[in-house]
Ligand binder design. Structure first.
Ligand code: TLP
Length: 349
């Protein structure tokens, strides 16, 4: 199977498994797991923050960051297609008790003017804004990278209003590798930053939340326990994360090249609409206009050929490249797309 559904499907390599099997462990709720402690130190240093907290998932990283920085009844500004809105089961409302203020960004990216306009006035009637969340790379926006000047401009607005910022950096290192901007250069504009070890970096599970603020860290830790995300001998997982940080960051450029390769091949298929110039990292969205297949039938037919992708609504599909997919796999996957879609009479272009 050539699995392009997500970069979450990556499996630990033999070398990563070996590092996991050999990990020193202890009870992390007592702060005694040496491998978790090391991962938290290495992760914090990578993004230029004082401390980091290991959590089981990116979703939990986002939700703890929201809970720790926004009181119930406050408002959190977030782009309308953000993971926090679309894919976290309403947790910000259900668990943190906050209201999300959606701003519709171009390809997932808000502007400073939009953020400024979304901040509520301080008066006795208005709900009060507590937090601004950005996402880079932006998943539903098509793996888009926030330009640093845009982040700086939004930061300036946040500072004027005394508001903290959170970065959903599930794929922060894809942004780093694509842009050449160091992770710390992005992270310095945010009070909290999450990044996933389990996506393109290839660890089986886990994310880190990094912050400079000891008060925020204390709250993150308390809410991690409340939300059921505090673990015990989690050094086994942390060892996978450490291995990923040490070995799998620079190679993300291969995934980006493969995404561009796939986009270029798909563009040659008349029944596919894709703009390869929009493929910035490892995520591609494209539309399939088939006279032969409905979208579910196309996804199923592709699966029969040994290629997995996700349908994401309407005629739109998503493919994601990652470290378990080679350039040859991409060429083979593209051959299957072409065979299925070119082999039909009267395809609408
Ligand atoms: N994204 C997953 C799905 O949940 C959609 C995927 O396949 O892309 N932030 C961003 C930007 C993400 O893309 C994801 C996962 C998360 C947070 C959550 O990470 P996990 O799955 O570890 O909770």
């Amino acid at each position: 199977m050539i699995d392009l559904r997500s970069d979450t499907v990556t499996k630990p390599s033999p070398a990563m498994r070996d590092a996991m099997a050999r990990a020193d462990v202890g009870d992390d709720i007592y702060g005694e797991d040496p491998t978790v402690n090391r991962l938290q130190e290495v992760g914090a240093a990578l993004v230029g923050k004082r401390a980091a907290l290991f959590v089981p998932s990116g979703t939990l990283g986002n939700q703890l960051s929201v809970r720790a920085q926004a009181e119930p009844g406050r408002e959190v500004i977030v782009e309308g297609q953000a993971h926090i809105i679309r894919y976290e089961q309403g947790a910000a409302a259900a668990l943190a008790g906050v209201q999300l203020h959606w701003v519709s960004g171009a390809h997932g990216l808000m502007t400073a003017e939009q953020v400024q306009a979304a901040i509520r006035p301080k008066d006795p009637y208005s709900i009060q804004t507590a937090l601004i969340c950005l996402e880079t790379t932006h998943n539903a926006g098509g793996g888009t990278v926030y330009p640093l000047p845009t982040i700086q401009a939004i930061r300036a607005v946040a500072t004027t209003h005394g508001l903290p910022m959170h970065l959903d950096g599930a794929r922060l290192f894809n942004a780093v590798v694509a842009s050449g901007v160091p992770a710390a250069e992005y992270a310095r504009h945010f009070e909290t930053v999450t990044f996933c070890l389990s996506k393109g970096l290839g660890a089986p599970a886990g994310s880190l939340i990094a912050t400079d603020d000891p008060g925020v860290m204390e709250r993150l830790r308390r809410f991690r326990r409340m939300y059921g995300g505090a673990m015990r001998q989690s050094g086994i997982l942390a060892a996978g994360g450490l291995y990923a940080l040490e070995h799998h960051i620079a190679r993300l450029s291969e995934d980006h090249a493969n995404a561009k390769r796939l986009a270029a091949r798909l563009q040659q298929i008349p029944a596919v609409t894709i703009d390869p110039s929009r493929v910035e990292t490892n995520i591609l969205f494209f539309d399939v206009h088939s006279t032969k297949f409905s979208i579910p039938a196309f996804v199923a037919a592709l699966k029969q050929e040994g290629v997995l992708i996700n349908a994401v609504g309407g005629s739109t599909c998503r493919a994601v490249t990652h470290l378990d997919v080679s350039a040859e796999d991409i060429e083979r996957a593209a051959d299957h797309f072409a065979r299925l879609l070119n082999n039909q009479a009267g395809a609408s272009h």
